[in-house]
Write a protein that binds this ligand. Structure first.
Ligand code: ZN
Length: 330
């Protein structure tokens, strides 16, 4: 699981500092958890389990993890107060660096896998992690890739079964199966170089493959690409097509609450919500025609890459078509 800041501030961080649990005190600190743990024969994670999980991750992925990774200094903590999640990771919840917490009681046989999943988050390079953590669709991609990598580690198959393995995404694909397909498309070497090393070319390749396999949604990276790709000409057309892509793929205008995207950068509108119904329809019908003209793949690559470089290359590829054919609506 990855934690958005809001959830974290609302729960764990706003409460008293999470407690480092010790077995004899479980019934005092958190009787419900402890009793539930006994009755359902769940396993109780130990410090040794936490260390063993880290060793598994380093044995398998160590060659791809750079010495500069801040995760080398992050100690997993056992904590009761993380709701229903088996574990959670946040890169900087209170401005004091990363935090990795796991629930002391885990479904029997699954504990080390749960820790390993959070450690993969922790070791994921900011070039991917920071790009994806900001919204729900990005978090889904991040969790899918993370669970797929954690599934490569030693252990019984049933012990690696998680919520992610049975989650069907809005595009009809299974989350973890889509991550496995992504690996087939780019190769394991490229996936690992991207995830743990943040290698620029590898991240670009992962981003492109993700557009095909995961639910499509226009990204802040694509919005940023408009300024560069359209610096001479075409930025307003690109911005209109971006908004149209949001209407097409998400059935909604871009959010006015996202500070990374502001319509005033390229258009007369100060707020996306000022766009009228008839303007929406005009945008959408042009975008449908454009998508047929340039091809669905080129259209989606232009607007749905999470990686800045991949987004810029793809935006440049549709620029000429937009300049030649797009009729301004806004
Ligand atoms: Zn996760």
């Amino acid at each position: 699981m990855v934690w958005g800041t809001n959830l974290l501030l609302g729960g764990l961080a706003a409460s008293a500092a999470y407690r480092l649990a010790r077995n004899p005190r479980d019934f005092v600190d958190a009787p419900a958890h402890a009793i539930n743990g006994v009755l359902t024969f769940n396993e109780r994670l130990s410090t040794q389990d936490l260390q063993a999980a880290r060793q598994m991750v380093l044995d398998r992925f160590g060659p791809y993890i750079p010495p500069r990774s801040t995760c080398h200094g992050v100690e997993p903590q056992l904590a009761f107060e993380i709701g229903n999640a088996a574990g959670a990771y946040h890169s900087n919840p209170r401005g004091k660096g990363p935090m990795l917490v796991v629930a002391p009681y885990q479904r029997a046989g699954t504990g080390r896998h749960a820790v390993a999943h959070e450690l993969v988050h922790c070791y994921t390079d900011p070039a991917i992690y920071d790009k994806l953590i900001g919204d729900e669709a990005g978090q889904q991609l991040l969790d899918a890739l993370t669970e797929h990598l954690a599934d490569k580690l030693p252990g019984m198959r049933f012990g690696k079964w998680s919520e992610y393995d049975r989650t069907t995404m809005s595009n009809g694909r299974n989350m973890v199966a889509a991550a496995a397909e992504l690996e087939q498309a780019v190769g394991e070497e490229v996936l690992l170089r991207a995830m743990f090393g943040g290698d620029a070319e590898a991240v670009k390749a992962v981003s492109r493959a993700a557009v095909e396999l995961f639910p499509k949604r226009p990204t802040p990276a694509a919005w940023s690409a408009i300024a560069k790709a359209g610096s001479k000409r075409g930025a307003p057309e690109m911005a209109e097509a971006y908004i149209a892509a949001c209407l097409m793929h998400e059935n909604a205008l871009p959010s006015d609450g996202d500070s990374r995207i502001w319509p005033g950068a390229h258009l007369p509108q100060q707020r996306f919500s000022d766009i009228t119904r008839s303007q929406k329809n005009a945008l959408l019908s042009q975008a449908r025609t454009m998508r047929e003209r340039v091809g669905a793949a080129a259209f989606d690559q232009a607007f749905c890459n999470f990686d800045d470089r991949a987004a810029l290359v793809a935006m440049r590829a549709v620029r000429a078509d937009l300049v030649a054919n797009w009729k301004r609506v806004l």
